[in-house]
Design a protein around this ligand. Sequence first.
Ligand code: MRU
Length: 353
Amino acid sequence: MRKLKDIRPIEVKDYKLYVINQLKLPKEVAWEELSTYKDVAKAIKDMIIRGAPLIGIVGAYGFAIGVKQLIDERKSLDKAQKVLETLKNTRPTAINLFWALNRMWKKFQKLMQEGKNNEELIKALFKEANKIDLEDYHANKSIGGYGQVLLPQKANVLTHCNTGALATSGWGTALGVIRSAYEDGKDITVYVDETRPYLQGARLTAWELLQENINHYVITDNSAGFLISKGLIDAIIVGADRITANGDVANKIGTYSLSVLAKEHNIPFYVAAPTSTFDLDIKSGEEIPIEIRDEKEVKTCGGSYIAPEDSKALNYSFDITPAKNITAIITEKGIISEITEDNIKNFLKYRGG
Ligand code: MRU
């Protein structure tokens, strides 16, 4: 078995949160302190940290930081609601943020009802955020274990965006499956979509794969069809920002086109995500709020304009892959291989999701 690095995108010390500024990768690994809940909200909005599970984890720490701030500044704890709303109003698509913040809010209310003093309150909130953080790490390792079995001994795998240690508490979801397969001794080559406009694939996934010495090629987003038609890809594996009751998946823009290619060429299309990514309150993908980001992100690259400044641009950040295009969803509780509303409901009910 190979030994892989344990990359952690965040650190918590003395009630302070430190994060790797992902906008600066791969050029430098720069750590930044996020000392207020507004710093945390800004870091999420500006993509200093990103990736569905990590947004949830950082949001949870952000709430604990916000409550500590209220206490330190001798403000009323009634303002905790404002902290919560500020953190929620950062990015709309990934359900993990709302899932983690709702869990923190419930914990906060319970602690208040129990009449905890300020010190106990802060301690317990940081502990809850840490639990969310650790649970995610263990979920990723488990996703990796279940998912790697699906990959052949020698596999050419295409992935999109960044779903690795940098998008989670560590290890990763889709990239975690690739890590686990490699760790287990499989001969893996990864085709990394560069993932315009933020280039999470080129900047972050490639950086992670390089740390692990996993063989990979960065490819332009428009190369996938050609490579697949040449028979060079055995499987596609991606993460998810939200999965609805019927199994539709919101993930980074460009995921849907890959799923269509996979179907056309009869190769498996896997989604890897923790069960906290399911949003059973939403029936289908049509109801998922899709983030639209600043058009400047499309018209510029590395700070320079690559399109006329006066042209308009469209910058949908996510798209929806219909359940019918997905071969299997890999979770920390096991694999859902026939994606129907009933199968998802029963899986989550009986496996405790
Ligand atoms: O805009 P981002 O970088 O936050 O988008 C990230 C993705 O779309 C990932 O594929 C998804 O969050 C799954 S990460 C484990």
